[in-house]
Design a protein around this ligand. Structure first.
Ligand SMILES: [Zn+2]
Length: 127
């Protein structure tokens, strides 16, 4: 899932095809027929987007709205093994000392570690 609109997907195809055709033309005199590879097509598309940005006042999102969210999920939020999340909508942070949640009957060992940021909020609220 890329999360792009149809227009963005179309624009991404346009720039990828332009990048491919440019290299195809450059390699033609050498008798090389380049195989489609996102490794160099992506790199050249980035360069094209950069030029469109610097010389023609466009933004990267306009020229190359390629959102690579599969390869780059971003930094994971840190978690702590001393706390866990139960299935409740609210007040779902529990210390691992507490083996189950009386409200939703969740059991500590079946549930994931809590994120540090939520634990800090939970502790600050003093619940
Ligand atoms: Zn619960």
């Amino acid at each position: 899932m890329s999360g792009m609109t149809d227009a963005q997907e179309h624009q991404t195809d346009v720039i990828h095809n332009a990048a491919y055709e440019a290299i195809e033309k450059v390699l033609e005199p050498f008798g090389i027929d380049p195989e489609w590879s996102m490794e160099w097509i992506g790199e050249l598309s980035d360069s094209i987007a950069d030029i469109a940005k610097r010389y023609f006042g466009l933004t990267e999102m306009q020229v190359y709205p390629y959102i690579d969210d599969e390869d780059d999920p971003g930094p994971a939020e840190p978690t702590t093994r001393y706390f866990w999340d139960c299935d409740c909508e609210k007040n779902y942070i529990h210390s691992r000392i507490q083996e189950y949640c009386p409200a939703c009957q969740s059991i500590s060992c079946d549930h994931p570690n809590s994120t540090v940021s939520e634990v800090i909020k939970f502790l600050a609220a003093g619940e």
